[in-house]
Design a protein around this ligand. Structure first.
Ligand code: FES
Ligand SMILES: [Fe+2]
Length: 378
Protein backbone atom coordinates (compact mmCIF):
# COMPACT_ATOMS: atom_id res chain seq x y z
CA UNK A 1 0.00 0.00 0.00
CA UNK A 2 1.34 3.40 -0.96
CA UNK A 3 1.07 4.96 2.46
CA UNK A 4 3.24 2.27 4.01
CA UNK A 5 5.87 2.75 1.36
CA UNK A 6 5.67 6.45 1.94
CA UNK A 7 6.24 6.04 5.66
CA UNK A 8 9.11 3.66 5.13
CA UNK A 9 10.71 6.15 2.76
CA UNK A 10 10.49 8.98 5.18
CA UNK A 11 11.28 7.05 8.32
CA UNK A 12 14.62 6.11 6.91
CA UNK A 13 17.26 6.32 9.61
CA UNK A 14 18.68 9.32 7.83
CA UNK A 15 15.50 11.32 8.00
CA UNK A 16 15.90 14.45 10.07
CA UNK A 17 13.01 15.37 12.29
CA UNK A 18 13.45 19.07 11.68
CA UNK A 19 12.68 18.64 8.00
CA UNK A 20 9.84 16.24 8.35
CA UNK A 21 6.44 17.25 9.48
CA UNK A 22 3.20 15.44 10.13
CA UNK A 23 0.66 17.52 8.27
CA UNK A 24 -2.96 17.52 9.27
CA UNK A 25 -4.90 16.11 6.33
CA UNK A 26 -6.92 18.89 4.85
CA UNK A 27 -9.35 17.09 2.56
CA UNK A 28 -11.77 14.31 3.22
CA UNK A 29 -10.09 11.88 0.78
CA UNK A 30 -6.72 12.46 2.39
CA UNK A 31 -8.32 11.86 5.76
CA UNK A 32 -9.84 8.55 4.67
CA UNK A 33 -6.51 7.49 3.21
CA UNK A 34 -4.71 8.29 6.43
CA UNK A 35 -7.27 6.49 8.55
CA UNK A 36 -7.00 3.47 6.28
CA UNK A 37 -3.25 3.31 6.65
CA UNK A 38 -3.39 3.70 10.46
CA UNK A 39 0.01 5.31 10.20
CA UNK A 40 0.89 8.93 10.66
CA UNK A 41 1.65 10.33 7.19
CA UNK A 42 4.74 12.41 7.03
CA UNK A 43 6.18 14.69 4.39
CA UNK A 44 9.27 16.67 3.59
CA UNK A 45 8.71 20.36 3.73
CA UNK A 46 9.83 22.19 0.61
CA UNK A 47 7.60 25.24 0.53
CA UNK A 48 7.73 29.00 0.42
CA UNK A 49 10.45 31.20 -1.03
CA UNK A 50 13.74 29.37 -1.61
CA UNK A 51 16.05 30.08 1.30
CA UNK A 52 19.50 31.54 0.65
CA UNK A 53 21.88 28.74 -0.29
CA UNK A 54 23.81 27.34 2.62
CA UNK A 55 27.58 27.78 2.44
CA UNK A 56 28.02 24.00 2.91
CA UNK A 57 26.26 23.30 -0.38
CA UNK A 58 29.03 25.25 -2.11
CA UNK A 59 31.79 22.94 -0.92
CA UNK A 60 31.67 20.65 -3.94
CA UNK A 61 33.13 20.61 -7.40
CA UNK A 62 30.50 21.86 -9.85
CA UNK A 63 30.67 21.31 -13.62
CA UNK A 64 29.81 24.61 -15.29
CA UNK A 65 30.61 24.28 -18.99
CA UNK A 66 31.64 21.89 -21.72
CA UNK A 67 35.27 22.22 -22.84
CA UNK A 68 34.13 22.41 -26.47
CA UNK A 69 32.30 25.68 -25.72
CA UNK A 70 35.40 27.38 -24.33
CA UNK A 71 37.74 28.32 -27.16
CA UNK A 72 40.99 30.22 -26.64
CA UNK A 73 39.32 33.56 -27.33
CA UNK A 74 35.85 33.01 -25.90
CA UNK A 75 34.34 33.74 -22.51
CA UNK A 76 31.55 31.82 -20.83
CA UNK A 77 29.61 33.90 -18.31
CA UNK A 78 27.81 31.90 -15.65
CA UNK A 79 25.85 32.58 -12.52
CA UNK A 80 26.60 30.24 -9.64
CA UNK A 81 24.97 30.54 -6.23
CA UNK A 82 23.69 34.00 -7.16
CA UNK A 83 27.06 35.42 -8.12
CA UNK A 84 28.24 36.28 -11.64
CA UNK A 85 31.44 34.59 -12.81
CA UNK A 86 33.20 34.34 -16.14
CA UNK A 87 35.31 31.49 -17.46
CA UNK A 88 38.09 31.91 -19.99
CA UNK A 89 41.39 30.30 -20.94
CA UNK A 90 44.75 31.64 -19.85
CA UNK A 91 47.80 31.82 -22.08
CA UNK A 92 48.67 28.22 -21.14
CA UNK A 93 45.23 27.07 -22.33
CA UNK A 94 44.07 26.21 -18.82
CA UNK A 95 40.66 27.55 -17.82
CA UNK A 96 40.16 30.09 -15.07
CA UNK A 97 37.06 31.44 -13.35
CA UNK A 98 37.00 35.03 -12.09
CA UNK A 99 34.25 37.32 -10.87
CA UNK A 100 32.39 38.81 -13.79
CA UNK A 101 32.63 42.32 -12.40
CA UNK A 102 35.49 44.70 -13.07
CA UNK A 103 37.26 46.03 -9.99
CA UNK A 104 37.34 49.53 -11.46
CA UNK A 105 33.68 50.42 -12.00
CA UNK A 106 31.84 47.12 -11.99
CA UNK A 107 31.48 46.63 -15.73
CA UNK A 108 30.65 42.99 -16.68
CA UNK A 109 33.90 41.56 -17.96
CA UNK A 110 32.33 39.08 -20.37
CA UNK A 111 31.30 42.04 -22.54
CA UNK A 112 35.00 42.53 -23.25
CA UNK A 113 37.47 40.29 -25.01
CA UNK A 114 40.40 37.95 -24.46
CA UNK A 115 43.84 39.39 -25.05
CA UNK A 116 46.74 36.91 -24.84
CA UNK A 117 45.04 34.85 -22.14
CA UNK A 118 43.82 37.85 -20.15
CA UNK A 119 40.23 39.08 -19.97
CA UNK A 120 40.01 42.70 -20.97
CA UNK A 121 37.29 44.94 -19.58
CA UNK A 122 35.47 46.72 -22.42
CA UNK A 123 35.16 49.98 -20.46
CA UNK A 124 38.72 51.19 -19.78
CA UNK A 125 40.71 48.16 -20.83
CA UNK A 126 41.89 46.75 -17.50
CA UNK A 127 43.14 43.21 -18.04
CA UNK A 128 42.98 40.28 -15.61
CA UNK A 129 44.71 36.91 -15.68
CA UNK A 130 42.97 33.66 -14.71
CA UNK A 131 44.07 34.07 -11.06
CA UNK A 132 42.18 37.38 -10.91
CA UNK A 133 45.25 39.64 -10.84
CA UNK A 134 44.99 42.87 -12.78
CA UNK A 135 47.92 42.89 -15.18
CA UNK A 136 47.20 45.99 -17.24
CA UNK A 137 45.64 49.37 -16.53
CA UNK A 138 45.98 51.44 -19.68
CA UNK A 139 46.38 55.22 -19.34
CA UNK A 140 47.21 55.12 -15.63
CA UNK A 141 49.78 53.72 -13.19
CA UNK A 142 49.39 49.97 -12.59
CA UNK A 143 48.01 49.38 -9.10
CA UNK A 144 47.95 46.16 -7.13
CA UNK A 145 44.38 45.07 -7.82
CA UNK A 146 42.87 41.60 -7.72
CA UNK A 147 39.38 40.31 -8.37
CA UNK A 148 38.05 37.05 -6.92
CA UNK A 149 38.96 33.83 -8.67
CA UNK A 150 37.68 30.32 -7.97
CA UNK A 151 39.57 27.03 -8.19
CA UNK A 152 38.91 25.88 -11.74
CA UNK A 153 39.82 22.62 -13.51
CA UNK A 154 39.19 20.88 -16.76
CA UNK A 155 38.59 17.14 -16.91
CA UNK A 156 37.08 14.80 -19.46
CA UNK A 157 35.55 17.53 -21.57
CA UNK A 158 34.10 19.63 -18.78
CA UNK A 159 35.12 22.74 -16.84
CA UNK A 160 34.63 22.53 -13.08
CA UNK A 161 34.68 25.17 -10.34
CA UNK A 162 34.78 25.02 -6.54
CA UNK A 163 32.55 27.83 -5.24
CA UNK A 164 32.92 26.99 -1.52
CA UNK A 165 35.16 28.43 1.19
CA UNK A 166 36.63 25.07 2.24
CA UNK A 167 39.78 23.89 0.47
CA UNK A 168 38.79 22.05 -2.71
CA UNK A 169 38.55 18.26 -2.66
CA UNK A 170 41.53 16.61 -4.31
CA UNK A 171 39.61 14.58 -6.86
CA UNK A 172 37.07 15.45 -9.48
CA UNK A 173 34.46 12.78 -10.10
CA UNK A 174 34.19 11.26 -13.58
CA UNK A 175 31.00 11.92 -15.47
CA UNK A 176 31.88 10.09 -18.65
CA UNK A 177 29.50 7.43 -19.95
CA UNK A 178 30.61 3.79 -19.51
CA UNK A 179 33.03 2.33 -22.05
CA UNK A 180 31.46 1.50 -25.40
CA UNK A 181 29.51 4.77 -25.50
CA UNK A 182 30.24 7.74 -27.73
CA UNK A 183 29.19 11.28 -26.89
CA UNK A 184 26.74 12.59 -29.51
CA UNK A 185 25.43 15.83 -28.05
CA UNK A 186 26.39 18.42 -25.46
CA UNK A 187 23.73 21.02 -24.87
CA UNK A 188 23.50 23.93 -22.41
CA UNK A 189 20.23 25.57 -21.39
CA UNK A 190 19.41 28.34 -18.93
CA UNK A 191 16.11 27.56 -17.21
CA UNK A 192 13.97 29.81 -15.00
CA UNK A 193 13.52 27.29 -12.17
CA UNK A 194 15.34 26.52 -8.92
CA UNK A 195 17.80 23.67 -9.44
CA UNK A 196 16.26 21.48 -6.73
CA UNK A 197 12.91 21.47 -8.50
CA UNK A 198 14.60 20.47 -11.74
CA UNK A 199 16.50 17.67 -9.99
CA UNK A 200 13.25 16.44 -8.42
CA UNK A 201 11.82 16.28 -11.94
CA UNK A 202 14.78 14.52 -13.53
CA UNK A 203 14.92 11.93 -10.74
CA UNK A 204 11.32 10.96 -11.43
CA UNK A 205 10.26 8.63 -14.21
CA UNK A 206 6.70 7.93 -13.16
CA UNK A 207 5.55 11.18 -14.76
CA UNK A 208 6.69 10.17 -18.26
CA UNK A 209 3.47 8.60 -19.66
CA UNK A 210 1.48 11.64 -18.49
CA UNK A 211 3.90 14.45 -19.28
CA UNK A 212 5.95 13.33 -22.26
CA UNK A 213 3.06 12.38 -24.49
CA UNK A 214 4.42 14.19 -27.55
CA UNK A 215 7.99 12.92 -27.25
CA UNK A 216 9.71 9.85 -25.87
CA UNK A 217 6.77 8.45 -23.90
CA UNK A 218 4.24 8.77 -26.70
CA UNK A 219 1.97 5.74 -26.58
CA UNK A 220 3.39 4.36 -23.34
CA UNK A 221 0.87 2.55 -21.24
CA UNK A 222 0.55 3.43 -17.58
CA UNK A 223 1.96 0.59 -15.43
CA UNK A 224 -0.08 -0.57 -12.46
CA UNK A 225 2.97 -0.05 -10.25
CA UNK A 226 6.19 1.90 -10.81
CA UNK A 227 9.09 1.30 -8.46
CA UNK A 228 12.66 2.50 -8.09
CA UNK A 229 14.93 -0.23 -6.75
CA UNK A 230 18.30 0.50 -5.18
CA UNK A 231 20.50 -2.57 -5.16
CA UNK A 232 23.84 -0.76 -5.15
CA UNK A 233 23.95 2.44 -3.14
CA UNK A 234 21.10 4.48 -1.85
CA UNK A 235 21.32 7.04 -4.64
CA UNK A 236 21.63 4.65 -7.54
CA UNK A 237 19.32 1.99 -8.88
CA UNK A 238 16.88 1.05 -11.60
CA UNK A 239 13.29 1.57 -12.52
CA UNK A 240 10.76 -1.21 -12.60
CA UNK A 241 9.10 -1.86 -15.10
CA UNK A 242 11.28 0.42 -17.29
CA UNK A 243 14.72 -0.60 -18.62
CA UNK A 244 16.30 2.49 -17.10
CA UNK A 245 19.15 2.77 -14.59
CA UNK A 246 19.41 6.06 -12.74
CA UNK A 247 21.71 7.74 -10.27
CA UNK A 248 21.74 10.98 -8.35
CA UNK A 249 25.39 12.01 -8.16
CA UNK A 250 26.00 14.73 -5.58
CA UNK A 251 25.89 17.63 -5.65
CA UNK A 252 23.62 18.23 -8.67
CA UNK A 253 23.98 15.53 -11.32
CA UNK A 254 21.66 12.85 -12.70
CA UNK A 255 23.05 9.98 -14.75
CA UNK A 256 20.78 7.57 -16.55
CA UNK A 257 21.17 4.65 -18.93
CA UNK A 258 18.16 3.78 -21.02
CA UNK A 259 17.75 0.50 -22.91
CA UNK A 260 16.29 1.14 -26.37
CA UNK A 261 15.81 -0.39 -29.78
CA UNK A 262 15.58 2.97 -31.50
CA UNK A 263 15.54 6.46 -30.00
CA UNK A 264 12.38 7.00 -28.02
CA UNK A 265 11.34 3.37 -27.99
CA UNK A 266 11.88 1.34 -24.87
CA UNK A 267 12.60 -2.33 -25.03
CA UNK A 268 13.09 -5.20 -22.60
CA UNK A 269 12.67 -5.51 -18.87
CA UNK A 270 16.00 -4.17 -17.74
CA UNK A 271 18.94 -2.38 -19.26
CA UNK A 272 21.09 -5.52 -19.45
CA UNK A 273 18.53 -7.24 -21.66
CA UNK A 274 18.67 -4.42 -24.19
CA UNK A 275 21.24 -4.46 -26.94
CA UNK A 276 21.39 -0.69 -27.48
CA UNK A 277 21.44 2.12 -24.96
CA UNK A 278 21.23 5.84 -24.54
CA UNK A 279 23.25 7.41 -21.73
CA UNK A 280 22.30 10.80 -20.33
CA UNK A 281 24.04 13.23 -18.03
CA UNK A 282 22.11 16.15 -16.60
CA UNK A 283 23.98 18.71 -14.51
CA UNK A 284 21.73 21.20 -12.71
CA UNK A 285 23.95 24.08 -11.65
CA UNK A 286 22.36 26.33 -9.01
CA UNK A 287 22.63 29.68 -10.80
CA UNK A 288 20.26 31.50 -8.51
CA UNK A 289 17.20 30.72 -6.45
CA UNK A 290 15.07 30.85 -9.58
CA UNK A 291 17.55 29.93 -12.27
CA UNK A 292 19.36 26.75 -13.29
CA UNK A 293 22.12 26.25 -15.82
CA UNK A 294 21.49 22.81 -17.29
CA UNK A 295 24.32 20.91 -18.96
CA UNK A 296 23.05 17.93 -20.91
CA UNK A 297 25.28 15.29 -22.47
CA UNK A 298 23.85 12.47 -24.56
CA UNK A 299 25.81 9.34 -25.51
CA UNK A 300 24.94 6.20 -27.47
CA UNK A 301 26.50 2.74 -27.62
CA UNK A 302 25.29 2.22 -31.20
CA UNK A 303 25.06 4.03 -34.54
CA UNK A 304 28.37 5.92 -34.33
CA UNK A 305 27.71 7.09 -37.87
CA UNK A 306 25.06 9.48 -36.51
CA UNK A 307 27.86 11.72 -35.33
CA UNK A 308 28.68 12.54 -38.94
CA UNK A 309 25.17 13.31 -40.14
CA UNK A 310 25.10 17.00 -41.17
CA UNK A 311 23.17 19.30 -38.82
CA UNK A 312 22.29 16.45 -36.47
CA UNK A 313 23.29 18.68 -33.56
CA UNK A 314 20.27 20.85 -34.35
CA UNK A 315 18.05 17.82 -34.28
CA UNK A 316 19.38 16.65 -30.90
CA UNK A 317 18.91 20.13 -29.48
CA UNK A 318 15.41 20.38 -30.87
CA UNK A 319 14.46 17.05 -29.33
CA UNK A 320 16.08 17.84 -25.96
CA UNK A 321 14.26 21.17 -25.80
CA UNK A 322 10.96 19.58 -26.74
CA UNK A 323 11.27 17.01 -23.95
CA UNK A 324 12.34 19.63 -21.45
CA UNK A 325 9.55 22.01 -22.37
CA UNK A 326 7.06 19.28 -21.55
CA UNK A 327 8.49 19.27 -18.03
CA UNK A 328 9.18 22.96 -17.73
CA UNK A 329 5.63 24.27 -17.82
CA UNK A 330 4.76 21.89 -14.97
CA UNK A 331 7.84 22.65 -12.89
CA UNK A 332 7.29 26.39 -13.40
CA UNK A 333 3.76 25.90 -12.14
CA UNK A 334 5.05 23.99 -9.11
CA UNK A 335 7.55 26.75 -8.44
CA UNK A 336 4.85 29.36 -8.50
CA UNK A 337 2.76 27.34 -6.05
CA UNK A 338 5.80 26.66 -3.87
CA UNK A 339 6.72 30.34 -3.64
CA UNK A 340 3.19 30.97 -2.42
CA UNK A 341 3.56 28.42 0.34
CA UNK A 342 2.56 25.06 -1.17
CA UNK A 343 4.76 22.09 -0.28
CA UNK A 344 6.15 20.44 -3.43
CA UNK A 345 6.93 17.29 -1.42
CA UNK A 346 3.64 17.07 0.38
CA UNK A 347 2.69 13.50 -0.40
CA UNK A 348 5.57 11.27 -1.56
CA UNK A 349 4.76 7.74 -2.72
CA UNK A 350 6.84 4.72 -3.64
CA UNK A 351 8.08 5.95 -7.02
CA UNK A 352 9.28 9.21 -5.43
CA UNK A 353 12.09 7.39 -3.64
CA UNK A 354 15.05 8.89 -5.49
CA UNK A 355 13.74 12.45 -5.37
CA UNK A 356 13.04 12.10 -1.65
CA UNK A 357 16.54 10.79 -1.07
CA UNK A 358 18.01 13.75 -2.93
CA UNK A 359 16.11 16.09 -0.61
CA UNK A 360 17.28 14.19 2.47
CA UNK A 361 20.86 14.32 1.21
CA UNK A 362 20.61 18.08 0.59
CA UNK A 363 19.07 18.72 4.02
CA UNK A 364 21.88 16.73 5.66
CA UNK A 365 24.53 18.74 3.81
CA UNK A 366 22.93 22.03 4.79
CA UNK A 367 22.69 20.95 8.41
CA UNK A 368 26.32 19.92 8.53
CA UNK A 369 25.78 16.20 9.19
CA UNK A 370 29.05 14.38 9.78
CA UNK A 371 27.96 11.41 7.69
CA UNK A 372 25.80 12.11 4.68
CA UNK A 373 22.89 9.76 4.04
CA UNK A 374 23.08 7.17 1.25
CA UNK A 375 26.81 7.64 0.78
CA UNK A 376 28.61 4.66 -0.67
CA UNK A 377 30.80 3.13 2.00
CA UNK A 378 34.44 3.84 1.21
S1 FES B 1 35.09 49.48 -15.48
FE1 FES B 1 36.50 48.02 -16.12
S2 FES B 1 38.22 49.15 -16.69
FE2 FES B 1 36.85 50.62 -16.00
FE1 LIG C 1 10.25 14.70 -17.62
Amino acid sequence: METLVNDRLLQDSNTRESNVSTPTPSTSTEFIDTVKSRQPRRSINVSGPVQPYHARLKNFWYPVAFSADLKDDTMVPIDCFEEPWVIFRGKDGKPGCVQNTCAHRACPLHLGSINEGRIQCPYHGWEYSTDGKCKKMPSTRLLNVKIRALPCFEQEGMIWIWPGDDPPAANLPSLLPPSGFQIHAEIVMELPVEHGLLLDNLLDLAHAPFTHTSTFAKGWSVPSLVKFLTPASGLQGYWDPYPIDMEFRPPCMVLSTIGISKPGKLEGQNTRECSTHLHQLHVCLPSSRQKTRLLYRMSLDFAPVLKHVPFIQYLWRHFAEKVLNEDLRLVLGQQERMLNGANVWNWPVSYDKLGVRYRLWRDAVEQGSKRLPFEKSA
